[in-house]
Ligand binder design. Structure first.
Ligand code: SIN
Length: 281
């Protein structure tokens, strides 16, 4: 395969051309894709036709599959590694996680080893008058760190925040048993990317409920200020989906949110897989 990497006009993101993910990927091609993933933080392949096992196998090339708690309720039959993300219903029952990721976040930051990355494969995309709805926005937490003034960099580097699974409001609230599986964890609010060595801000509203050694009021204000900074327009790439897109993002370098500008009868259906990560440093 002859791979072409076309960066978007934003500070992150690239389209990868010349790859058919339904065919076996040789080692050299995989390495090129992985380099692009590290460099651009969000990469996407258009016009793919892959089966659930092919998506799982491709995800595994980047690390062991990470199981998501919502996948226990909504996974693809025969592929428990894939979480169904959808607003659709069958017999009045949701077929997937609805309104997943509507607020800015990094996936599973509430775990001790948050996932390296996440993949979404687009099966159905809603539209209005032929205009695609249900975009996903990505913000570069690495560019956001680089742009911070030196005094605030010095003030926050080395500090740790508390990440709490129950902090975020979800369309499908977790059960008590699910909450108990994820006691609060502490992570550095300035992470170093394990592959690129770039520093990235790692702070989210709601998920971060405090900062070690800081009064609650000051911590809340600092978390809000940093969370707002990360999602400034200069740091954002907005992906307009097409059916057949396979897109993957790096959970250290970017935060993301799903734009909720559609509803039934317009259906959106995605298959999501998540690749295991390391303890944030
Ligand atoms: C997510 O946050 O995993 C979902 C993103 C999306 O559906 O666009």
């Amino acid at each position: 395969m002859s791979v072409e990497i076309i960066p978007t006009d934003a500070v992150l993101g690239a389209e990868i051309r010349g790859v058919d993910l339904a065919r076996p990927l040789d080692y050299a091609t995989f390495c090129e894709i992985e380099r692009a993933f590290n460099a651009h933080a969000v990469i996407f392949f258009r016009d793919q036709r892959i089966t659930p096992p092919q998506q799982v196998a491709f995800t595994r090339r980047f690390g062991e599959i990470e199981f998501n708690v919502f996948g226990e309720r909504w996974s693809v039959p025969g592929s428990p590694e894939i979480v169904v993300v959808s607003n659709a219903t069958e017999d009045d029952r949701p077929i997937g996680v609805r309104r997943a990721g509507e607020n800015w976040h990094s996936d599973m930051c509430y775990t001790a080893r948050p996932p390296r990355g996440t993949m979404l494969y687009a099966l159905e995309i809603p539209d209005l008058f032929g205009l695609a709805l249900g975009d996903t926005e990505f913000a570069s937490a690495a560019e956001a760190w680089d742009a911070l003034p030196q005094p605030i960099k010095q003030r926050i580097d080395g500090r740790r925040a508390v990440f709490d699974f129950s902090g975020r409001k979800r369309a499908f609230p977790p059960t008590r048993a699910e909450i108990d599986r994820f006691p609060p964890v502490r992570h550095p609010i300035v992470r170093t990317h394990p592959q690129t060595g770039r520093k990235c801000l790692y702070v989210m509203r709601d998920d971060c409920t405090g900062i070690e050694g800081m009064e609650a009021e000051e911590a809340e204000a600092l978390i809000a200020a940093l969370a707002d900074h990360i999602v400034k327009p200069a740091f954002i790439y907005r992906h307009q989906w097409r059916r057949g897109d396979l897109l993957m993002w790096d959970n250290c370098t970017v935060q993301h949110r799903a734009v909720q500008d559609y509803d039934l009868p317009r259906r959106r259906l995605m298959h999501r897989t998540t690749m295991g990560g390391a303890v944030p440093m």
